[in-house]
Write a protein that binds this ligand. Structure first.
Ligand SMILES: *Cc1c(COP(=O)(O)O)cnc(C)c1O
Length: 472
Protein backbone atom coordinates (compact mmCIF):
# COMPACT_ATOMS: atom_id res chain seq x y z
CA UNK A 1 0.00 0.00 0.00
CA UNK A 2 1.31 3.42 -0.81
CA UNK A 3 2.23 5.63 2.09
CA UNK A 4 0.54 8.42 0.22
CA UNK A 5 -2.81 6.67 0.62
CA UNK A 6 -2.50 6.82 4.42
CA UNK A 7 -1.78 10.51 4.38
CA UNK A 8 -4.62 11.25 1.98
CA UNK A 9 -7.03 9.17 4.10
CA UNK A 10 -6.33 11.04 7.35
CA UNK A 11 -6.20 14.45 5.64
CA UNK A 12 -9.52 13.88 3.91
CA UNK A 13 -11.12 12.72 7.15
CA UNK A 14 -9.96 15.86 8.95
CA UNK A 15 -11.23 18.04 6.12
CA UNK A 16 -14.69 16.48 6.41
CA UNK A 17 -14.71 16.93 10.20
CA UNK A 18 -13.40 20.48 9.94
CA UNK A 19 -16.39 21.48 7.85
CA UNK A 20 -18.70 20.63 10.78
CA UNK A 21 -16.72 21.46 13.94
CA UNK A 22 -13.25 22.79 13.25
CA UNK A 23 -12.26 22.67 16.93
CA UNK A 24 -12.57 18.89 16.88
CA UNK A 25 -10.41 18.65 13.76
CA UNK A 26 -7.87 20.93 15.45
CA UNK A 27 -7.83 18.80 18.60
CA UNK A 28 -7.28 15.62 16.56
CA UNK A 29 -4.38 17.25 14.72
CA UNK A 30 -2.95 18.58 17.99
CA UNK A 31 -3.14 15.12 19.54
CA UNK A 32 -1.00 13.69 16.73
CA UNK A 33 1.52 16.51 17.21
CA UNK A 34 1.65 15.91 20.98
CA UNK A 35 2.09 12.16 20.57
CA UNK A 36 4.85 12.73 18.04
CA UNK A 37 6.77 14.97 20.43
CA UNK A 38 6.52 13.04 23.67
CA UNK A 39 8.76 10.26 24.90
CA UNK A 40 5.83 8.01 25.75
CA UNK A 41 6.77 5.52 28.44
CA UNK A 42 3.26 4.79 29.71
CA UNK A 43 3.25 1.01 29.99
CA UNK A 44 -0.41 0.62 28.99
CA UNK A 45 -0.26 2.73 25.82
CA UNK A 46 0.80 2.04 22.26
CA UNK A 47 0.35 3.32 18.69
CA UNK A 48 -2.16 1.36 16.60
CA UNK A 49 -1.50 1.00 12.87
CA UNK A 50 -3.15 3.34 10.35
CA UNK A 51 -5.16 0.36 9.04
CA UNK A 52 -6.47 -0.33 12.57
CA UNK A 53 -7.33 3.34 13.12
CA UNK A 54 -9.06 3.70 9.77
CA UNK A 55 -11.11 0.51 10.26
CA UNK A 56 -12.87 2.31 13.14
CA UNK A 57 -14.01 5.44 11.38
CA UNK A 58 -16.95 4.26 9.28
CA UNK A 59 -20.62 3.25 9.01
CA UNK A 60 -20.20 0.06 11.05
CA UNK A 61 -20.63 2.49 13.94
CA UNK A 62 -24.27 2.91 12.90
CA UNK A 63 -25.28 -0.72 13.23
CA UNK A 64 -27.01 -2.49 16.11
CA UNK A 65 -25.95 -6.13 16.37
CA UNK A 66 -26.98 -7.57 19.74
CA UNK A 67 -26.46 -11.31 19.87
CA UNK A 68 -23.63 -13.32 18.37
CA UNK A 69 -22.53 -14.24 14.86
CA UNK A 70 -25.46 -15.81 13.00
CA UNK A 71 -27.81 -15.31 16.01
CA UNK A 72 -28.71 -11.63 16.14
CA UNK A 73 -31.63 -9.81 17.67
CA UNK A 74 -31.49 -7.35 14.76
CA UNK A 75 -31.90 -7.83 11.03
CA UNK A 76 -29.26 -7.04 8.45
CA UNK A 77 -26.16 -8.01 10.42
CA UNK A 78 -24.42 -10.03 7.69
CA UNK A 79 -21.48 -7.63 7.39
CA UNK A 80 -21.09 -7.33 11.15
CA UNK A 81 -21.10 -11.14 11.23
CA UNK A 82 -18.22 -11.09 8.75
CA UNK A 83 -15.98 -8.83 10.84
CA UNK A 84 -16.91 -10.33 14.21
CA UNK A 85 -16.24 -13.86 12.90
CA UNK A 86 -12.94 -12.73 11.42
CA UNK A 87 -11.80 -11.05 14.64
CA UNK A 88 -12.73 -14.16 16.65
CA UNK A 89 -10.98 -16.45 14.18
CA UNK A 90 -7.79 -14.39 14.24
CA UNK A 91 -7.92 -14.33 18.06
CA UNK A 92 -8.38 -18.11 18.31
CA UNK A 93 -5.54 -18.79 15.87
CA UNK A 94 -3.22 -16.21 17.42
CA UNK A 95 -3.65 -17.43 20.99
CA UNK A 96 -4.48 -21.10 20.36
CA UNK A 97 -7.83 -20.71 22.13
CA UNK A 98 -10.95 -22.78 21.48
CA UNK A 99 -13.30 -19.83 21.85
CA UNK A 100 -12.93 -16.05 21.51
CA UNK A 101 -15.51 -13.39 22.34
CA UNK A 102 -14.53 -10.06 20.81
CA UNK A 103 -17.43 -7.81 21.85
CA UNK A 104 -16.22 -6.34 25.18
CA UNK A 105 -15.83 -2.58 24.90
CA UNK A 106 -12.89 -2.43 27.30
CA UNK A 107 -10.80 -4.48 29.71
CA UNK A 108 -13.19 -3.80 32.58
CA UNK A 109 -16.07 -5.07 30.47
CA UNK A 110 -14.15 -8.19 29.51
CA UNK A 111 -13.59 -8.93 33.20
CA UNK A 112 -17.27 -8.40 34.00
CA UNK A 113 -18.24 -10.77 31.20
CA UNK A 114 -15.82 -13.36 32.60
CA UNK A 115 -17.03 -12.96 36.20
CA UNK A 116 -20.66 -13.36 35.21
CA UNK A 117 -19.92 -16.30 32.91
CA UNK A 118 -18.23 -18.04 35.84
CA UNK A 119 -21.07 -17.14 38.23
CA UNK A 120 -23.64 -18.37 35.71
CA UNK A 121 -21.78 -21.62 35.19
CA UNK A 122 -20.95 -22.38 38.81
CA UNK A 123 -23.78 -20.81 40.81
CA UNK A 124 -26.78 -20.11 38.59
CA UNK A 125 -26.79 -23.28 36.46
CA UNK A 126 -26.70 -25.67 39.45
CA UNK A 127 -29.49 -23.66 41.13
CA UNK A 128 -31.63 -23.89 37.99
CA UNK A 129 -31.02 -27.60 37.77
CA UNK A 130 -31.93 -28.10 41.41
CA UNK A 131 -35.18 -26.19 40.96
CA UNK A 132 -35.81 -28.04 37.68
CA UNK A 133 -36.14 -24.69 35.95
CA UNK A 134 -34.96 -24.11 32.39
CA UNK A 135 -34.17 -20.42 32.88
CA UNK A 136 -34.25 -17.74 35.59
CA UNK A 137 -37.75 -16.58 34.62
CA UNK A 138 -39.09 -20.02 35.59
CA UNK A 139 -37.89 -19.76 39.20
CA UNK A 140 -40.33 -19.08 42.02
CA UNK A 141 -39.93 -15.80 43.88
CA UNK A 142 -38.39 -17.64 46.81
CA UNK A 143 -35.87 -19.54 44.65
CA UNK A 144 -34.96 -16.36 42.77
CA UNK A 145 -34.40 -14.50 46.02
CA UNK A 146 -32.16 -17.31 47.28
CA UNK A 147 -30.19 -17.41 44.02
CA UNK A 148 -29.58 -13.66 44.08
CA UNK A 149 -28.25 -13.98 47.63
CA UNK A 150 -25.96 -16.80 46.56
CA UNK A 151 -24.64 -14.92 43.51
CA UNK A 152 -23.72 -12.04 45.78
CA UNK A 153 -21.96 -14.22 48.33
CA UNK A 154 -18.97 -15.59 46.38
CA UNK A 155 -15.24 -15.26 47.01
CA UNK A 156 -12.38 -14.11 44.80
CA UNK A 157 -8.64 -14.28 45.39
CA UNK A 158 -6.49 -11.87 43.35
CA UNK A 159 -3.21 -10.01 43.41
CA UNK A 160 -3.06 -7.05 45.79
CA UNK A 161 -3.12 -3.58 44.28
CA UNK A 162 0.23 -2.48 45.68
CA UNK A 163 1.88 -5.65 44.35
CA UNK A 164 0.67 -4.70 40.87
CA UNK A 165 -2.86 -6.15 40.72
CA UNK A 166 -5.78 -4.35 39.10
CA UNK A 167 -8.77 -2.55 40.60
CA UNK A 168 -11.15 -4.84 38.70
CA UNK A 169 -9.85 -7.91 40.57
CA UNK A 170 -12.19 -7.44 43.50
CA UNK A 171 -11.27 -4.05 44.98
CA UNK A 172 -13.91 -2.01 46.72
CA UNK A 173 -13.91 1.12 44.52
CA UNK A 174 -14.71 -1.15 41.53
CA UNK A 175 -17.96 -3.07 41.07
CA UNK A 176 -15.99 -6.34 41.38
CA UNK A 177 -15.25 -5.46 45.01
CA UNK A 178 -18.95 -4.95 45.71
CA UNK A 179 -19.85 -8.23 43.96
CA UNK A 180 -17.25 -10.44 45.61
CA UNK A 181 -15.80 -11.07 49.03
CA UNK A 182 -12.17 -10.49 48.04
CA UNK A 183 -8.85 -11.43 49.50
CA UNK A 184 -5.42 -10.65 48.01
CA UNK A 185 -2.10 -12.34 47.65
CA UNK A 186 0.96 -10.08 47.59
CA UNK A 187 4.63 -10.48 46.81
CA UNK A 188 7.58 -11.54 48.95
CA UNK A 189 8.92 -8.39 50.68
CA UNK A 190 12.52 -9.54 50.20
CA UNK A 191 12.42 -10.38 46.49
CA UNK A 192 9.31 -8.58 45.24
CA UNK A 193 8.27 -11.83 43.53
CA UNK A 194 5.01 -13.77 43.83
CA UNK A 195 5.40 -16.42 46.53
CA UNK A 196 3.38 -19.35 45.15
CA UNK A 197 3.40 -21.17 48.50
CA UNK A 198 1.73 -18.15 50.06
CA UNK A 199 -0.84 -18.06 47.24
CA UNK A 200 -1.58 -21.74 47.84
CA UNK A 201 -1.93 -21.13 51.57
CA UNK A 202 -4.33 -18.21 51.01
CA UNK A 203 -6.35 -20.34 48.57
CA UNK A 204 -6.61 -23.19 51.10
CA UNK A 205 -7.80 -20.85 53.83
CA UNK A 206 -10.18 -18.76 51.73
CA UNK A 207 -11.44 -21.37 49.19
CA UNK A 208 -12.32 -18.80 46.52
CA UNK A 209 -14.74 -19.47 43.67
CA UNK A 210 -12.32 -17.60 41.39
CA UNK A 211 -8.53 -17.34 41.50
CA UNK A 212 -7.34 -14.37 39.41
CA UNK A 213 -3.85 -13.85 38.04
CA UNK A 214 -2.76 -10.86 36.01
CA UNK A 215 -1.42 -7.42 36.77
CA UNK A 216 -0.76 -3.91 35.56
CA UNK A 217 2.44 -3.18 37.45
CA UNK A 218 4.30 -6.44 38.15
CA UNK A 219 7.55 -6.50 36.16
CA UNK A 220 7.98 -10.28 36.09
CA UNK A 221 6.59 -13.42 34.47
CA UNK A 222 3.88 -15.38 36.27
CA UNK A 223 3.92 -19.18 36.28
CA UNK A 224 0.37 -19.98 35.21
CA UNK A 225 0.87 -23.74 35.45
CA UNK A 226 1.49 -23.45 39.18
CA UNK A 227 -1.42 -21.02 39.59
CA UNK A 228 -3.73 -23.49 37.83
CA UNK A 229 -2.60 -26.29 40.16
CA UNK A 230 -3.42 -24.06 43.12
CA UNK A 231 -6.86 -23.27 41.67
CA UNK A 232 -7.54 -26.97 41.03
CA UNK A 233 -6.48 -27.91 44.55
CA UNK A 234 -9.32 -25.81 46.00
CA UNK A 235 -11.89 -26.18 43.21
CA UNK A 236 -11.53 -22.56 42.03
CA UNK A 237 -12.02 -21.34 38.47
CA UNK A 238 -8.69 -19.96 37.26
CA UNK A 239 -8.96 -16.66 35.41
CA UNK A 240 -6.06 -14.71 33.89
CA UNK A 241 -6.34 -11.04 33.00
CA UNK A 242 -3.55 -10.53 30.45
CA UNK A 243 -4.57 -6.95 29.62
CA UNK A 244 -1.01 -5.66 29.91
CA UNK A 245 1.00 -8.49 28.41
CA UNK A 246 -1.30 -9.92 25.69
CA UNK A 247 1.19 -8.70 23.07
CA UNK A 248 3.94 -10.77 24.68
CA UNK A 249 1.69 -13.85 24.60
CA UNK A 250 0.69 -13.15 20.99
CA UNK A 251 4.34 -12.64 20.03
CA UNK A 252 5.37 -15.94 21.72
CA UNK A 253 7.70 -14.29 24.21
CA UNK A 254 5.63 -15.89 26.98
CA UNK A 255 5.34 -19.60 26.23
CA UNK A 256 4.97 -22.84 28.18
CA UNK A 257 4.20 -22.21 31.86
CA UNK A 258 4.09 -18.46 31.17
CA UNK A 259 1.44 -18.59 28.43
CA UNK A 260 -1.90 -18.25 30.26
CA UNK A 261 -4.11 -19.65 27.50
CA UNK A 262 -3.44 -23.40 27.95
CA UNK A 263 -3.57 -23.12 31.76
CA UNK A 264 -6.52 -20.83 32.55
CA UNK A 265 -10.21 -21.69 32.40
CA UNK A 266 -10.79 -18.19 31.07
CA UNK A 267 -8.54 -15.37 29.87
CA UNK A 268 -9.46 -11.71 29.51
CA UNK A 269 -7.53 -8.90 27.87
CA UNK A 270 -7.61 -5.42 26.49
CA UNK A 271 -6.75 -5.07 22.83
CA UNK A 272 -5.06 -1.65 22.96
CA UNK A 273 -2.04 -2.16 25.23
CA UNK A 274 0.91 -4.32 24.16
CA UNK A 275 -1.40 -6.05 21.64
CA UNK A 276 -1.45 -2.75 19.70
CA UNK A 277 -5.07 -2.89 18.52
CA UNK A 278 -8.07 -0.59 18.95
CA UNK A 279 -9.30 0.43 22.41
CA UNK A 280 -11.35 -2.58 23.53
CA UNK A 281 -11.49 -5.95 25.29
CA UNK A 282 -11.74 -9.66 24.57
CA UNK A 283 -12.40 -12.97 26.36
CA UNK A 284 -10.84 -16.35 25.50
CA UNK A 285 -12.04 -19.65 26.98
CA UNK A 286 -12.60 -23.34 26.46
CA UNK A 287 -15.89 -24.96 25.38
CA UNK A 288 -17.17 -25.24 29.00
CA UNK A 289 -17.65 -21.50 29.43
CA UNK A 290 -18.19 -20.49 25.79
CA UNK A 291 -22.00 -20.32 25.86
CA UNK A 292 -22.03 -18.25 29.05
CA UNK A 293 -19.34 -15.90 27.70
CA UNK A 294 -21.34 -15.35 24.51
CA UNK A 295 -24.18 -14.02 26.67
CA UNK A 296 -21.95 -11.05 27.58
CA UNK A 297 -24.32 -8.83 25.61
CA UNK A 298 -26.90 -8.11 26.96
CA UNK A 299 -25.80 -9.63 30.31
CA UNK A 300 -23.30 -6.84 31.05
CA UNK A 301 -22.55 -5.18 27.73
CA UNK A 302 -24.58 -2.85 25.58
CA UNK A 303 -24.79 -3.47 21.85
CA UNK A 304 -21.46 -4.45 20.29
CA UNK A 305 -19.27 -1.85 18.59
CA UNK A 306 -18.96 -3.30 15.06
CA UNK A 307 -16.49 -0.63 13.95
CA UNK A 308 -14.19 -1.58 16.82
CA UNK A 309 -14.61 -5.29 16.07
CA UNK A 310 -13.55 -4.50 12.47
CA UNK A 311 -10.44 -2.81 13.85
CA UNK A 312 -9.82 -5.77 16.19
CA UNK A 313 -9.90 -8.07 13.15
CA UNK A 314 -7.31 -5.88 11.42
CA UNK A 315 -5.01 -5.60 14.45
CA UNK A 316 -5.24 -9.33 15.24
CA UNK A 317 -4.40 -10.12 11.61
CA UNK A 318 -1.34 -7.89 12.03
CA UNK A 319 -0.39 -9.69 15.25
CA UNK A 320 -0.42 -13.03 13.40
CA UNK A 321 2.31 -11.86 11.02
CA UNK A 322 5.89 -12.94 11.77
CA UNK A 323 7.09 -9.37 12.36
CA UNK A 324 4.82 -9.11 15.41
CA UNK A 325 6.86 -11.80 17.20
CA UNK A 326 9.93 -9.73 16.44
CA UNK A 327 8.16 -6.64 17.83
CA UNK A 328 7.21 -8.49 21.04
CA UNK A 329 10.79 -9.64 21.60
CA UNK A 330 12.08 -6.09 21.05
CA UNK A 331 9.59 -4.79 23.67
CA UNK A 332 11.23 -7.04 26.28
CA UNK A 333 14.80 -6.37 25.06
CA UNK A 334 14.08 -2.66 25.37
CA UNK A 335 12.56 -2.97 28.85
CA UNK A 336 15.60 -4.92 30.00
CA UNK A 337 17.98 -2.36 28.47
CA UNK A 338 16.06 0.39 30.24
CA UNK A 339 16.18 -1.53 33.54
CA UNK A 340 19.92 -2.21 33.16
CA UNK A 341 20.62 1.41 32.27
CA UNK A 342 18.72 2.64 35.32
CA UNK A 343 20.29 0.12 37.69
CA UNK A 344 23.79 0.91 36.48
CA UNK A 345 23.14 4.56 37.27
CA UNK A 346 21.95 3.72 40.76
CA UNK A 347 18.15 3.59 40.48
CA UNK A 348 16.25 1.19 42.74
CA UNK A 349 13.87 -1.09 40.79
CA UNK A 350 11.10 -3.24 42.22
CA UNK A 351 12.29 -6.88 41.86
CA UNK A 352 15.62 -5.52 40.60
CA UNK A 353 14.69 -5.69 36.92
CA UNK A 354 12.10 -6.98 34.47
CA UNK A 355 11.21 -9.87 32.23
CA UNK A 356 8.25 -8.23 30.55
CA UNK A 357 7.41 -4.84 29.04
CA UNK A 358 7.53 -2.73 32.22
CA UNK A 359 9.88 -1.42 34.85
CA UNK A 360 8.82 -0.09 38.24
CA UNK A 361 11.24 2.47 39.69
CA UNK A 362 11.12 2.83 43.46
CA UNK A 363 11.75 6.59 43.54
CA UNK A 364 12.15 6.66 47.32
CA UNK A 365 15.75 5.87 46.34
CA UNK A 366 15.87 9.44 44.99
CA UNK A 367 14.09 10.78 48.08
CA UNK A 368 10.95 11.52 46.03
CA UNK A 369 7.31 10.48 46.00
CA UNK A 370 5.87 8.97 42.82
CA UNK A 371 3.87 12.14 42.29
CA UNK A 372 6.93 14.40 42.50
CA UNK A 373 8.91 12.12 40.17
CA UNK A 374 6.10 11.81 37.63
CA UNK A 375 5.65 15.59 37.42
CA UNK A 376 9.39 16.33 37.24
CA UNK A 377 9.72 13.83 34.37
CA UNK A 378 6.71 15.34 32.63
CA UNK A 379 8.30 18.82 32.88
CA UNK A 380 11.26 17.25 31.09
CA UNK A 381 9.29 15.81 28.17
CA UNK A 382 9.13 12.25 29.55
CA UNK A 383 5.61 10.83 29.96
CA UNK A 384 5.23 8.14 32.64
CA UNK A 385 2.77 7.45 35.42
CA UNK A 386 3.21 7.13 39.14
CA UNK A 387 2.36 3.80 40.67
CA UNK A 388 2.35 2.24 44.12
CA UNK A 389 5.20 -0.09 45.05
CA UNK A 390 4.67 -3.11 47.35
CA UNK A 391 3.86 -1.97 50.93
CA UNK A 392 3.91 1.61 49.68
CA UNK A 393 4.19 4.06 52.61
CA UNK A 394 2.76 6.89 50.48
CA UNK A 395 -0.53 5.20 49.51
CA UNK A 396 -2.22 4.96 46.14
CA UNK A 397 -2.38 8.71 45.40
CA UNK A 398 1.17 9.98 46.02
CA UNK A 399 2.86 6.56 45.76
CA UNK A 400 6.58 5.82 45.82
CA UNK A 401 6.94 4.47 42.31
CA UNK A 402 7.05 5.42 38.68
CA UNK A 403 5.96 2.81 36.14
CA UNK A 404 7.57 2.88 32.71
CA UNK A 405 6.93 0.62 29.75
CA UNK A 406 8.32 0.07 26.29
CA UNK A 407 5.47 -1.06 23.95
CA UNK A 408 4.89 2.41 22.47
CA UNK A 409 8.52 3.45 21.93
CA UNK A 410 9.28 0.01 20.49
CA UNK A 411 6.49 0.52 17.94
CA UNK A 412 8.21 3.77 16.94
CA UNK A 413 11.39 1.80 16.31
CA UNK A 414 13.57 2.85 19.26
CA UNK A 415 16.04 0.17 20.30
CA UNK A 416 18.34 -0.72 23.19
CA UNK A 417 20.81 2.14 22.53
CA UNK A 418 17.96 4.67 22.79
CA UNK A 419 16.76 2.91 25.95
CA UNK A 420 20.13 3.47 27.57
CA UNK A 421 19.93 7.13 26.56
CA UNK A 422 16.40 7.25 28.02
CA UNK A 423 17.68 5.76 31.28
CA UNK A 424 20.28 8.52 31.40
CA UNK A 425 17.59 11.21 30.93
CA UNK A 426 15.32 9.69 33.61
CA UNK A 427 18.19 9.34 36.07
CA UNK A 428 19.36 12.90 35.39
CA UNK A 429 15.92 14.36 36.12
CA UNK A 430 15.24 12.23 39.21
CA UNK A 431 18.66 12.77 40.74
CA UNK A 432 18.42 16.54 40.18
CA UNK A 433 14.89 16.88 41.58
CA UNK A 434 14.54 17.72 45.26
CA UNK A 435 11.39 17.20 47.31
CA UNK A 436 9.36 20.31 48.16
CA UNK A 437 7.14 21.29 51.08
CA UNK A 438 4.51 18.61 50.38
CA UNK A 439 4.30 15.15 48.80
CA UNK A 440 3.25 16.84 45.55
CA UNK A 441 5.80 19.70 45.49
CA UNK A 442 9.33 19.50 44.18
CA UNK A 443 12.14 21.68 42.90
CA UNK A 444 13.69 21.14 39.48
CA UNK A 445 15.81 23.68 37.66
CA UNK A 446 13.70 24.76 34.65
CA UNK A 447 16.84 25.05 32.53
CA UNK A 448 17.63 21.41 33.19
CA UNK A 449 14.04 20.38 32.40
CA UNK A 450 14.28 22.26 29.14
CA UNK A 451 17.61 20.71 28.27
CA UNK A 452 16.29 17.17 28.93
CA UNK A 453 13.12 17.90 26.91
CA UNK A 454 15.32 18.87 23.99
CA UNK A 455 17.41 15.70 24.37
CA UNK A 456 14.23 13.56 24.59
CA UNK A 457 12.92 15.16 21.45
CA UNK A 458 16.26 14.64 19.64
CA UNK A 459 16.10 10.99 20.62
CA UNK A 460 12.77 10.69 18.78
CA UNK A 461 13.77 12.56 15.62
CA UNK A 462 15.12 9.51 13.74
CA UNK A 463 11.91 7.59 14.56
CA UNK A 464 8.97 9.57 13.18
CA UNK A 465 5.51 8.53 14.37
CA UNK A 466 3.06 7.73 11.52
CA UNK A 467 5.72 8.90 9.05
CA UNK A 468 3.30 8.70 6.16
CA UNK A 469 0.77 11.01 7.77
CA UNK A 470 1.35 14.61 6.83
CA UNK A 471 -1.50 16.82 8.01
CA UNK A 472 0.03 19.82 6.23
C1 LIG B 1 -5.85 -1.82 31.76
C2 LIG B 1 -6.35 -2.98 32.53
C3 LIG B 1 -7.72 -3.24 32.63
C4 LIG B 1 -8.79 -2.28 32.18
O1 LIG B 1 -8.82 -2.00 30.84
P1 LIG B 1 -9.80 -0.84 30.30
O2 LIG B 1 -9.83 -1.07 28.84
O3 LIG B 1 -9.19 0.44 30.71
O4 LIG B 1 -11.13 -1.06 30.94
C5 LIG B 1 -8.13 -4.40 33.27
N1 LIG B 1 -7.23 -5.25 33.80
C6 LIG B 1 -5.89 -5.01 33.76
C7 LIG B 1 -4.94 -5.98 34.38
C8 LIG B 1 -5.41 -3.85 33.13
O5 LIG B 1 -4.10 -3.61 33.13
Amino acid sequence: MSLNAESTAFRSALEVIRAVEPRVADAIGAELADQRESLKLIASENYASPATLLAMGNWFSDKYAEGTVGRRFYAGCQNVDTVEALAAEHARELFGATHAYVQPHSGIDANLVAFWAILADRVESPALKKAQARQVNDLTEADWFALRRELGDQRMLGMSLDAGGHLTHGFRPNISGKMFDQRSYGTDPATGLIDYDKVAEAAREFTPLILVAGYSAYPRKVNFRIMREIADSVGATFMVDMAHFAGLVAGKVFTGDFDPVPHAHIVTTTTHKSLRGPRGGMVLCGPELADQVDRGCPMVLGGPLPHVMAAKAVALAEARRPDFADYAQRIVDNAQALADGLTRRGAKLVTGGTDNHLVLIDVSGYGLTGRQAEQALLDSGIVTNRNAVPQDPNGAWYTSGVRIGTPALTTRGLGTAEMDATAELIHTVLSQTTPGASKAKYVLDPALAEQVSKQASDLLTPFPLYPAVDLG
